[in-house]
Design a protein around this ligand. Structure first.
Ligand SMILES: [Zn+2]
Length: 86
């Protein structure tokens, strides 16, 4: 594999992991990446579809309520996020 390709892949992985760490920052103690997901539940009746202009497929989404817990201070919180179901 060419070195430049390796660097691009590694760079993307780092960006993705930083994004995930940022998403899971604890709202109480503010520790970066302290939150871990302990459960997720679909919210009934929140199914929706989205059609991208550049995409000829219709994407189906549902909203889920995600429960998170902080690894550092034990704080628990919930957040909503969209999950693609098809
Ligand atoms: Zn915390």
């Amino acid at each position: 594999m060419p070195l430049i390709l390796v660097l691009v892949v590694v760079g993307l992985l780092i960006i993705v992991s930083i994004g995930q760490a940022y998403e899971s920052t604890c709202p109480k103690c503010g520790r970066f990446g302290g939150g871990e997901k302990i459960g997720a539940k679909e919210i009934p009746g929140t199914n929706y579809t989205r059609r991208e202009p550049h995409n000829r497929y219709i994407e189906h989404y549902v909203k889920v309520r995600v429960r998170c817990r902080c690894k550092h201070c034990g704080h628990r919180w919930e957040k909503e996020e969209s999950r693609r179901v098809g």
